[in-house]
Structures are given as structure tokens and as C-alpha cells.
Design a protein around this ligand. Sequence first.
Ligand SMILES: Cc1cc2nc3c(=O)[nH]c(=O)nc-3n(C[C@H](O)[C@H](O)[C@H](O)COP(=O)(O)OP(=O)(O)OC[C@H]3O[C@@H](n4cnc5c(N)ncnc54)[C@H](O)[C@@H]3O)c2cc1C
Length: 397
Amino acid sequence: MTFLVAGAGPAGARLATALAEAGREVILVERLTDSHRNSFSSAALSRCEALRLNIPQSAWSATWSGWQVLDPSGHEHQWWDANPLGVVLDFGRLRSAMWSRAHAAGAEVVTGCTVRIESLHSDGAHVLLQHVDGRRQHRHVKWVIDATGSSRCLLRQVSVPQPSTADPLLEGVGVEWLLQADDRVSARWLDRISFFLGTRWIPHGYGWVFPMEHNRLKVGVCCLPPQHGNGSKSDLLARLQALLRNCKLEGCAVLDRHGGVVSSSIARQESLGSGALLAVGDAASTANLLGGEGIRHAIDSADLLAETLLNSESVDQADAIRQTYEQALHRWFGWRWRVAGKLARRTWWGLDSSSADRRVERIIHGLSRTSSARDLSNLLFQYRFERYGLRLLRYLI
Ligand SMILES: Cc1cc2nc3c(=O)[nH]c(=O)nc-3n(C[C@H](O)[C@H](O)[C@H](O)COP(=O)(O)OP(=O)(O)OC[C@H]3O[C@@H](n4cnc5c(N)ncnc54)[C@H](O)[C@@H]3O)c2cc1C
């Protein structure tokens, strides 16, 4: 039985590795020719999650122990812990290490190649592999997996219904530059992750500065408006340049410019495939847009899909397998993930006026008074909302 995984981001590469390690025949196909091209993800995550998921150490670029927030009035707030709370990954190195793991486990890894579905059935699929050098190959596989991220290429191609208007995709478009700073300039941004919140920085979104090794900094902005397509790439770039000027980073050499889209429904009720097609990672709406965080969720969904597929091989019912997988995801992500998604929608969609700025400012001041750096990590990465109880409920309503 052959599995074809389309897309070798964190989700696709992890799934291919797990299936190959279990002795299955797997082809992992990636459109990019080089793992370092369009290294779009800021790739910050908590240290305990990076350890839990066995994220390759070679991809850890920097660690951080503090949170820094510049509020809508431009005031700086900081929260520090004595120990490292998180890591910033080099996303290109992460992909490279994950491709090597998949290959070492026995998967066939094909890069510079785009997957298209030619025909899809309940017991298999015919796919077309289009290589950058013009070669075309046809293959028949038992399962085809859409791991193409927020583009959901294969789901769209075979017209699997997208999230409904009752639970539309919350979508963020981000641009990020990798800068080379020196000791003096980078000092204000090291050992912490910094966020910029409020309409003076960017309406419907946020900006960030994340540290990397060798005094490098990732600086970006992301916009999540209620109407998709609102705001152009040039608006985003203008916001990014204003942020750089404000932070006195405009003199740094720009080593790379990249960007991408992250999107998710909140109730996650959409179908995750059809026939022999299943979706994983961002394509299966696993990213959470409260902190624009998707790497660990993509990897967790890959582990759940691998487990479902490996346990269900005797069952020849694609629909039953998909249902088991959807239920496993639903249990895993649970109510906390959904409340975080609702908070994200409330915050980003509503952040477009001076009253919204004041509300954000009140929240930041409240967190300054009552919360430690570890509490912030628990809130934003573990979705531990309990201690904010009624106040949170009022905000959501
Ligand atoms: C600007 C930005 C900043 C972010 N910052 C963070 C962060 O700090 N922390 C965090 O955890 N998450 C962050 N994310 C989200 C995170 O990067 C994603 O959730 C994660 O990469 C999802 O993994 P994936 O494998 O599902 O999809 P992807 O990483 O998007 O991988 C999909 C792959 O499929 C390939 N592909 C597409 N179509 C085809 C095709 N037809 N055939 C073959 N290959 C194809 C693509 O080239 C791509 O490599 C950020 C996202 C953006 C856009």
C-alpha cells in the first residue's frame, strides 16, 4: 500500500517519517527545490513543546526567557523568567532536518515537484507529479495526503467543501524580513520575543521582533482582517518598514524577505477530505491564530493521522477512517484550542479603532499587574484561561 504525502512542511514531513518508520511505502513530495527557500515561518514555540515533539536541536536558532510587548501608545512592557521559556527555530533548517529524518526512515523524498490529483476514488487515487525540470510522472496510490498548508491545494482541487460562512476561515497574511544586526543594535531584542499591538503598528494584526543566533532578527507584521483580501502586500510592507524605523532597525542588512498565509476555521467542522484524500496540518485547520502558532499543532495532527492510518489498515472504508481521524483531532485540540481561536477572532477582527486600542491597553496593563512571564506562556501557548475567568468571558462577549 502506498501513501503519497503532498507538501513537506512540518506536518507532511512528520507524517511521512512516522509511516515509513512503521514500514509503510511512502512518497513525500515537495514543491520547493530547497528547504531554505521562502522560510516564511517566524517559528517561535515554547521550549517544553519543542522538547515534547523532539524538534531537531539543529533547528533551534535561539532561546528566549522573556516577553516584551509594545502597546498601542508605544509603551514597553516586559515579563521575565529565570529559565528559558521558548525557542525560535530556523524554519529552513527545521524543514531540512525533517526531510532528512523522513529519508532516513525509508520514505522516498521528492523535491521540486508539484502534486495534482488526476482522479480520486474511495480505494485510491491517480496523481500527477510535475517536476520543475518538466518531467511528468503518473502514479497510483492507496492514500493521498494534503499537507500543502493553508493553500489546501488538493482539497480545493477536488472541491472538498471549504469551511462554511457560519465558521469562516480566520486568515492572516504575514511578511517577515531576516535582518543582520550587531551586538549593540540586537541587545534590545535578545532573549525575549517582542510583540507590537495596536492600530499605530498595524490594524487587525500585530508586529514582532524575534531573536536568532549571530545577532540576527526576524521582524514581521501579520494582518488578519474580517474580509479576506483586504489590504495589499504593499500596505503590509509599508507597515513593516514603519516598524523597522520605529525600532531603529532600518540600517540593518536584510538577509532574506519572505511571507506567507496562515488560516484556520475555529469550530473545525469542515470535512478533512474525500475518498482516498485526507488533510493534515494547516490544510486541516490546525493552526491557532491567537499567537499565529501552527508548527506544534501541525506535528500533533500528523502524529494523530499516522496513528489512525496505522491502526485502520484492515478497514477498507475511507469514510470511516476519516471520521476516526476527525474525532481524534477534535478530542486532541479540545475546548481550549477553540476558545483561543475565538479570542483571536475577537481580538484581530476588532482591532481597528481607538476604542479597540484602549481595550488592548487595558488587557496589557492588567497582565502587567497580575501575571508572570510563565503565566503569559501558559495563557498564549497552553491556552490556560481559568485564572482570567469572568474577565475573559466579558471580553469574548
Ligand atoms: C508569517 C508567518 C509566521 C508564523 N509564525 C509562526 C510561529 O512563530 N510559530 C508557529 O508555531 N507557527 C508560525 N506560523 C505558522 C506555521 O508556520 C504553520 O502553521 C506551519 O508551517 C504549518 O505546517 P504545515 O506542514 O501544515 O504547512 P506548511 O509549513 O505550509 O507546508 C506546506 C508545504 O506544502 C508545499 N506545497 C504546497 N502545494 C504543494 C503541491 N501542490 N505539491 C507539493 N507541495 C506543495 C509547500 O511548498 C510547503 O512547503 C507562521 C506562519 C506565517 C505565515
